[in-house]
Design a protein around this ligand. Structure first.
Ligand SMILES: C[S@@+](CC[C@H](N)C(=O)[O-])C[C@H]1O[C@@H](n2cnc3c(N)ncnc32)[C@H](O)[C@@H]1O
Length: 217
């Protein structure tokens, strides 16, 4: 599915998020807070849209994804980034390879959330951190209602006009509705072994940023 949406992925994102995705990406980079020289894994990086702001901030970022179509588009558009083909459930990296790991709008798509969070913990050095940027549940009831309507009606309708694969945006709407809320995802992170887990809402909770730290051994 991701192979087919790759060519217009960035444009469709901008349209469907009403331009909000740029703010969400800036907040994600700030939450990771990579210092110069640190190595950051951007998992499920797609075409590298979520990775580029890390490189711009001076971090050594490694974009990793399992979709050949996304990777091919990414390598053409962003030849400066060191794309790696890899499955979130069996990452092709040694234990404790990264200072920080991050995943933007990708964890929801991985077949086994818990296994992916455990793999991310394995490749993070003790004391290193995780930041998950993902769609979540608006905290204000009226916004929640309007947003649900947007997901059910407007998003698939707009996608039919602008996307090469509108069915994948019906999937997107369904997957957002079925995803755990802020507290539920925090619980999953802790269960896997991440510590100091906390979250912050963006755009009223349409998106949430979860943070955690791998405990020192
Ligand atoms: C919605 S895109 C997000 C791309 C990018 N992070 C961004 O913020 O624009 C989700 C990505 O997750 C990737 N993905 C899904 N399951 C994966 C897995 N098991 N391993 C690696 N990547 C995966 C897809 O190939 C796709 O590129």
């Amino acid at each position: 599915m991701f192979d087919t949406v790759a060519p217009r992925y960035d444009l469709v994102n901008d349209l469907l998020s009403l331009g909000q995705d740029r703010r969400w990406r800036t907040a994600t980079v700030a939450a990771v807070g990579a210092r110069p020289g640190e190595t950051v894994l951007d998992l499920a990086a797609g075409t590298g849209t979520s990775s580029a702001p890390f490189a711009a901030a001076g971090a050594h970022v490694v974009p990793c994804d399992f979709s050949p179509g996304m990777l091919a588009c990414g390598k053409t558009r962003r030849p400066d980034l060191p794309f790696v083909a890899g499955d979130a459930l069996h990452l092709p990296f040694a234990d404790a390879s990264f200072d920080a790991v991050t995943i933007s709008f990708g964890l929801r798509n991985v077949a086994d959330t818990t296994a992916a969070l455990a793999e991310m913990l394995r490749v993070t050095r003790p004391g290193g951190r995780i930041v998950v940027c993902e769609f979540s549940t608006p905290s204000f009831e009226p916004l929640r209602t309007v947003y649900k309507e947007y997901l059910v009606r407007a998003l698939p309708a707009v996608a039919r006009v602008v996307s090469s694969d509108p069915e994948s945006y019906v999937y997107l709407a369904d997957s957002i509705r079925d995803w755990p809320d802020q507290v539920g995802l925090g619980r999953l992170l802790r269960r896997v072994g991440w510590r100091l887990v906390a979250y912050r809402n963006l755009s009223g909770g349409i998106v949430a940023l979860h943070r955690g730290v791998r405990p020192a051994d």
